[in-house]
Design a protein around this ligand. Structure first.
Ligand SMILES: NC(=O)C1=CN([C@@H]2O[C@H](COP(=O)(O)OP(=O)(O)OC[C@H]3O[C@@H](n4cnc5c(N)ncnc54)[C@H](O)[C@@H]3O)[C@@H](O)[C@H]2O)C=CC1
Ligand SMILES: O=C([O-])CC(=O)C(=O)O
Length: 309
């Protein structure tokens, strides 16, 4: 299946659990054929985008732009969950395509960063010498989804780290969370990425979005989202970051219409402030790459004459 277009219509319409997600066969009918799809889907849909090639940002940019174009024209009201990397750029790509089609709703666009939290919880459980805790441990991870843009707020862990943990070990832990994806890619010797753990993390995030769409209150999840999705435009975050960013990953409250609120960072340590500061320029560059990619693709298509955008 190339495009995971999950038809969970029948509103109030949202399926009661993931087993109701459309099978590839059911989904197939919604894929835009070459001449464009006549029917436009309405209602609540969740589209998960996992398509891509690990560590090939240029190829993935094209894949995500094309899929976003298909969604914008066939399911413009869909809630879109982007897994394909680099998330820091692919999410802005979807936003730009939706803007071009005049159907952009920032509350419905999510970059999937759950795996960073899964890793942080697992590594903290390892340090606490009790892996069974990993499913209960919650560590907010903010910023973005690559290298130094991944900022674990270990001081806010639901299960505090031992006071005896040395500064060196703390640094090693942060580094392992930031570069966990690279660790897997290296271990697979270029043969893939963290495919299975991503499937777990993606399902966990999608299930939360679906529960929120069904009306369950108070659901929160980490996600890389447009700050415009927040009712206050992410003003609290912007103040903390001392920088205006269009996208940022933080804990997000979910509701029937998508993002209800983006949580600010809250109280963090000086070391965590330094990590956030280091993440910002990298994030800005990644976001701007995604935006520029779409602008240039549209410019080129205009120059080349009629094209399917
Ligand atoms: N957000 C996250 O936390 C994570 C993201 N990823 C990203 O997810 C993406 C996929 O990774 P894996 O599942 O490990 O790779 P994979 O190689 O196992 O699967 C990629 C899938 O994409 C499909 N695909 C390739 N080109 C396509 C195209 N033009 N149109 C539609 N589908 C296409 C392939 O057929 C394949 O089924 C990569 O970009 C990877 O970096 C992976 C792990 C974690
Ligand atoms: O780093 C990668 O290529 C895959 C990824 O996003 C992760 O494992 O978190």
């Amino acid at each position: 299946m190339q495009l995971g277009l999950y038809d969970i219509v029948n509103t109030p319409g949202v399926a009661s659990d993931l087993s109701h997600i459309a099978t590839p066969a059911k989904v197939e009918g919604y894929l835009p054929p070459d001449d464009g799809l006549k029917k436009t889907l309405t209602g609540a849909h969740v589209v998960v985008i996992p398509a891509g090639v690990p560590r090939k940002p240029g190829i993935n940019a094209g894949i995500v732009k094309d899929l976003a174009t298909g969604i914008a024209t066939t399911a413009p009201k869909a809630f879109i969950l982007v897994i394909s990397n680099p998330v820091n750029s692919t999410v802005p790509i979807v936003a730009e395509v939706f803007k071009k089609h005049g159907v952009y709703d920032p509350k419905r666009l999510f970059g999937v960063t759950t795996l960073d939290v899964v890793r942080a919880s697992t590594f903290v459980a390892e340090i606490l010498k009790d892996l069974s805790l990993s499913k209960d441990i919650v560590v907010p991870v903010v910023g973005g989804h690559s290298g130094v843009t991944i900022v674990p707020l270990l001081s806010q862990s639901s299960h505090p780290l031992p006071a005896s943990l040395s500064a060196e070990d703390h640094k090693t832990l942060v580094n392992r969370i930031q570069f966990g994806g690279d660790e897997v890619v290296k271990a697979k010797q270029g043969g893939g990425s963290a495919t299975l753990s991503m499937a777990y993390a993606g399902a966990e995030f999608a299930a939360k979005v679906i529960r929120a769409l069904k009306g369950e209150k108070g659901i929160t999840a980490p996600s890389f989202v447009p700050l415009a999705a927040d009712p206050a435009g992410g003003a609290e975050l912007t103040k903390e970051l001392e920088k205006e960013l269009e996208f940022f990953s933080s804990t997000v409250e979910l509701g029937a219409g998508g993002v209800v609120k983006i949580h600010p960072l809250g109280t963090i340590t000086d070391a965590e402030k330094a990590l956030v500061k280091a993440a910002i320029p990298e994030l800005e560059g990644n976001i701007s790459k995604g935006i520029t990619y779409v602008a240039e693709a549209y410019k080129k298509a205009e120059e080349d004459g009629p094209a399917r955008l």
